[in-house]
Design a protein around this ligand. Sequence first.
Ligand code: FPP
Length: 256
Amino acid sequence: MRIPRHLAIIMDGNGRWAELSSLPRIAGHQQGVETAREIIEECRSLGVQYLTLFAFSSENWQRPAAEVDALMGLLVAFLRGEIPNMLANGIRFNVIGEMGRLSADVQRILREAMEKSAGNRQMVLTLALSYGGRDELVRAARTLAHEVQEGRLQPEAIDEGLLDRSLDTAGLPDPDFLIRTSGEMRISNFLLWQLAYAELYFSSVLWPDFHRSELHHALGEFGRRERRFGLTGAQLYGEEIAAGEEKEGKPSNRES
Ligand code: FPP
């Protein structure tokens, strides 16, 4: 199985999963955390080097206060429970998003998890918390503007590499593969810059039901995708192979 170096997941459908069983929405989130544990462990054992999970968006603050509080409670319980596992399994914990909006307690636990796991090398687990892709780009632009204003940076020196290094994801490679569950076919403000060349995969399965077998199915699909990064098939594989494939009936418009 071809394994993406960086897998990003939009874990969607917890609320609908609960509603289908006439349970409160929070029961869906509780089950969602169990699924996250299973998928994190499976990704680690498959050799995914970077796993990024969209756990709480900038827009999620607008949900009813009781749901926001419950989600934060689940996050704290998840971290308390997972820190020993992360340390035992070589997982480095990382956060992207506007951490300043989270409560002081949550920030403290997140920092502790990042510090304790900083030396781990097997997999980087990034949680996107209070995260929005547009907000991340605005914050990066603001940082660069301050540097220009203070005379430490020339506007001409701003290029893709510098902007990339100014984002919350500095140091992480771009995702190769994005999975979104629950049948919604949107990016929803997730990693807008970083997903430029990612393969996208939409599953109709609700996140609490997205078990190992669903992940394997998605990875099988990833293995069948041809990633061209704007090149032609001929450039990627050599003229002979590309010519052979076209004879076998593959589409000939290979330009993007
Ligand atoms: C989407 O379901 C999920 C979220 C809003 C994020 C919460 C994610 C978890 C609790 C799982 C993992 C958590 C951790 C800490 C690893 P939804 O409520 O938008 O579902 P709906 O679209 O069916 O209403």
